[in-house]
Design a protein around this ligand. Sequence first.
Ligand code: FPP
Length: 272
Amino acid sequence: MQDKVPTGLDRKETEVYRHLDRGRLPKHIAIIMDGNGRWAKRRHLPRVAGHRAGVAAVRSTVETAARIGIPALTLYAFSEENWKKRPQSEVGFLMGLLSRYLKAEVPTLNKNNIRLEYIGRQHELPTEVQERMDWAREATARNSGMVLTLALNYSARSELVDAFRSIVNAAAQNGGLDHLHIDEDTVGRHLYTRHLPDPDLVVRTSGEMRLSNFLLWQLAYAEIYVTPTLWPDFRGLHLLEGIAEYQKRERRYGGLNHSDAHPEHSSLATKS
Ligand code: FPP
């Protein structure tokens, strides 16, 4: 049973996959794709060449995640800060790259039964990009496999601001603030990610140890895996290595591990 490997994995991926516990795969993986600029600089190429090369990494990572049955994958494609603080020429390039990616990739997404979603302030993006995004979402809407969510013009703090506004608006239309009851579920239902479980694993490439305003509410209990690999060099194999590392960790959600909670069962207690 342990030997059944999904079709499409290459030899190295298969080797890592065979050692994974299929019953404990993360249900949602979030990735901070970083290092495109450095990848290009090392090759004396313009920064945008790094972004272009990053598309192959997206393709490989998405396909591998879908093949092994990860239910949800979220990619931080660009932040609100990237959008507002980078030169217009680079932002324009990224917009074109995204549009071309969506057009080219929809058949592959459909072949792999992947449904596309977005998080971020989509309404601030150029109209033609929004139209392409809507088209791609609609074209994959009936797929029932992995949900691929692209974070575009995304900021976790803006998401929380939008959620609080949305909670107050909903209350205003439903009896007023006097009846307002807020708990964690209420906040969760008003986040952009209401269609997703919280990520179990967040991966960041290029060695940086920051969350960079990404899913701050949702990553409360996520395991963090940082790899020195620059995003354009990242492939499905690296994702599997991240999952292997995740499976070595013990998730406690603020509780105790088993032997601390039940010292009478630990080997030391039985010896003494
Ligand atoms: C971070 O690298 C990467 C980005 C801001 C853009 C991410 C875009 C892609 C991976 C390609 C297109 C994506 C899709 C979904 C089609 P950086 O420029 O901050 O790198 P640096 O820190 O080395 O400068």
